[in-house]
Design a protein around this ligand. Structure first.
Ligand code: NAD
Ligand code: MG
Length: 383
């Protein structure tokens, strides 16, 4: 039996993780479950899984959480410090599934315990890549990628040498707007953007998938996780989302990982790693799928991948600025404040205006992120 904490337990990745734990209760003891503010859902999960502690990041939700857990013996806590403390309890496996840079400090706390961290929270790695990878090294932690593309790459690299890699190719579904014209994109609504053709995900990543910022963030994520150099990382649009990514070696062999569009597959791979576990996911039926197609990304309609590559090349705090500006712009789009095609405009302006030095500590990353948010919100006022 191993212990597990799920940061972001009430979200889409949290739910998929807990679904797997629910099916193998003899293998797991739950330490901490966390959420932003959804006290009722969090309390229900904490009771079901017999967690040691439940934490809401938003302190205003703590009274409701306390009440819902009264008499259960499950500890309730609230606020940013409590979230970090819960992550620092050092479960054997911590699933980092908070959305956005808000998940950075707890993810770092988990890494500093030197155990296994299954990372879904790509924004944390994009913003703090160097700091985070150094902490992984220093504390002897095992960082396993949950993101389906990175999980695929991780699997394709097993038993191979990074020095033999010719290309790493991230596949992208292209999102719900992959066939839309620029004119149509200008009028895209939040409801249309969060309806992904292949995956059922949280709102923020669904919008990122529609803009292709998801792939841009994933490019930077891959750059940190698999240090083969930016020039060896490529992106291809593959609308069926069956091949989750591929690695081509110098002898001409390409290894790919395939599977259904169900995040329980990559999550299970991290929970069981280096072994395998059962999942209830539908087997891959390639005859039913019929054909797999591919096309080059269109960086005119979807500038996000170009901007992400530029941010990585610029270095310093540019990836943190890219991420923070995107988070602010996505929230503004979801709130109906700006149009869909304004999202990359906000990000590009912030990258032009904010050339911050490389943040060398966690606090410096958090400061760069905060500054970029302030500036991005100021820019929104003028749009
Ligand atoms: P979601 O919106 O469904 O869930 C987010 C979780 O984080 C919730 O539990 C929420 O309560 C918590 N949270 C939100 N804001 C918070 C804050 N400020 N402080 C503390 N907790 C907060 O998101 P999701 O789709 O599950 O995505 C989670 C992460 O996993 C994201 O980084 C996303 O990019 C990544 N990811 C998701 C998928 C997917 O299929 N959903 C796939 C790959 C990667
Ligand atoms: Mg992904």
């Amino acid at each position: 039996m191993r212990t597990i904490s799920v940061l972001g337990a009430t979200g889409s990745i949290g739910a998929s993780t807990l679904d797997l734990i629910r099916r193998a209760p003899q293998d797991w003891r739950v330490v901490a479950l966390t959420a932003n503010g959804n006290a009722a859902d969090l309390a229900r999960l904490a009771r079901e899984f017999g967690a040691e502690i439940a934490v809401v990041a938003d302190e205003a939700s703590l009274p409701a959480l306390r009440e819902a857990l009264a008499g259960t013996g499950i500890a309730a806590a609230g606020g940013a410090a409590a979230l970090v403390e819960a992550a620092a309890r050092g479960a054997d496996v911590t699933v980092a599934a908070i959305v956005g840079c808000a998940g950075l400090a707890p993810a770092m706390a988990a890494i500093e315990c030197g155990k296994t961290v299954a990372l879904a929270n790509k924004e944390a790695l994009v913003s703090a890549g160097d700091v985070m990878m150094q902490a992984v090294e220093r504390h002897g932690a095992t960082l396993l990628p949950v993101d389906s593309e990175h999980n695929a790459i991780f699997q394709c690299l097993q038993g191979n040498d990074l020095a033999d890699v010719r290309w790493i190719t991230l596949t992208a579904s292209g999102g719900p707007f992959r066939d839309w014209s620029l004119d149509q994109l200008h009028a895209a609504t939040p409801a249309q953007a969060i309806k992904h053709p292949n995956w059922d995900m949280g709102a923020k990543i669904s919008v990122d998938s529609a803009t292709m910022f998801n792939k841009g963030l994933e490019l930077i994520e891959a750059w940190h996780l698999f240090p083969v150099g930016l020039e060896r990382l490529r992106i291809i649009v593959h609308p069926q989302s069956v091949i989750h990514s591929m690695v081509e070696y110098r002898d001409g062999s390409t290894l790919a990982q395939l599977g259904p569009s169900d995040m329980r597959v990559p999550i299970a791979s991290t929970l069981a790693w280096p072994a395998r576990m059962d999942t209830p996911c539908a087997p891959l039926d390639l005859a039913a799928i019929g054909e797999l197609t591919f096309r080059a990304p269109d960086e005119v309609r979807f500038p996000a991948t170009r901007l992400a590559r530029q941010a990585a090349e610029a270095g310093g705090a540019a990836p943190a600025v890219l991420n923070a500006a995107n988070e602010v712009a996505v929230a503004a789009f979801l709130a109906g404040q700006i149009g869909f095609t304004r999202i990359p405009v906000v990000v590009e302006r912030m990258l032009e205006q904010l050339a911050l030095p490389a943040p060398l500590t966690l606090d410096a990353v958090i400061a760069a992120d905060a500054q970029a948010r302030v500036r991005a919100r100021e820019l929104l006022e003028t749009l």
